[in-house]
Design a protein around this ligand. Structure first.
Ligand SMILES: [Zn+2]
Ligand SMILES: [Zn+2]
Length: 235
């Protein structure tokens, strides 16, 4: 199972009955998540560019606002999430097989709270481009990212400890040799989208590190986008 997430931030005030002091404010973080069983060319759940409408809606409607004026009394984070989920259901045109998995809104959060603290994290610096998108698409140009990779442990109760960090040294070496300071298109067998990188690294771990019990591998190109490949029985 593949999923992607986009993180949007907005600054707003609200008054909620649970907080006696009255009107206050937060930098809110909204995480919108979509999932699909299989990818569409060149290797997307959906193009992150197709989700920019969410940012435009948030900027126009929620950012630098008093949320009570927009949403009425129900303006807590979970209410904003319900509102955004409804907006996405009505306004996102999703291809067949892609589902909206949910929207989570936190007050003062980072948007990365769903990554377990026990996950293993590394960065690599690499170039890539994505073929077949047309010259007007910015990802068709050669460019690069500081990628983040998260190996997310299987926390099912029967697993016990999914891995110790030293068990992932071969993955660290694989990232250093094959990915860090590389142009990924020179050797990666399919278009190097985040989704394809996550699936590749998950499969690589299953093949080379059979004792490591991963739930998922997440790959992030930017601080506000990520893609994840998750074992089917855990999705
Ligand atoms: Zn609040
Ligand atoms: Zn890119």
């Amino acid at each position: 199972m593949y999923s992607i997430g986009v993180i949007h931030r907005f600054d707003a005030a609200h008054l909620v009955s649970a907080v006696a002091r009255g009107l206050h404010g937060h930098t809110f973080t909204a995480v919108t998540r979509l999932k699909a069983d299989r990818l569409r060319a060149p290797g997307f759940v959906v193009d992150f560019g197709a989700l920019k409408v969410i940012a435009r809606y948030i900027d126009a409607t929620l950012d630098h606002r008093n949320l009570n004026e927009v949403l009425g009394e129900m303006s807590a984070g979970r209410d904003v999430a319900t509102h955004l989920l409804g907006w996405c259901r009505s306004n996102l045109e999703l291809p067949d097989g892609v589902t909206l998995a949910g929207v989570v809104v936190s007050e003062g959060g980072t948007g990365w709270e769903d990554v377990p603290l026990t996950s293993w994290r590394r960065r690599f610096e690499a170039a890539h481009h994505l073929p077949g998108l047309g010259d007007a698409h910015k990802c068709s140009r050669v460019h690069g990212h500081t990628y983040q990779v998260f190996a997310i442990p299987d926390e099912s109760p029967d697993v016990g400890t999914a891995f110790a960090d030293e068990m992932l040294i071969p993955l660290d070496n694989y990232l250093k040799e094959g990915f860090n300071y590389r142009y990924l298109n020179e050797w990666f067998p399919v278009p190097p989208t985040s989704e394809n990188l996550a699936q590749h690294l998950f499969a690589w771990c299953e093949e080379h590190l059979p004792k490591v019990r991963l739930a998922a591998v997440r790959v992030s190109e930017t601080p506000s986008t990520w893609a994840e490949y998750r074992r089917k029985d855990l999705s």
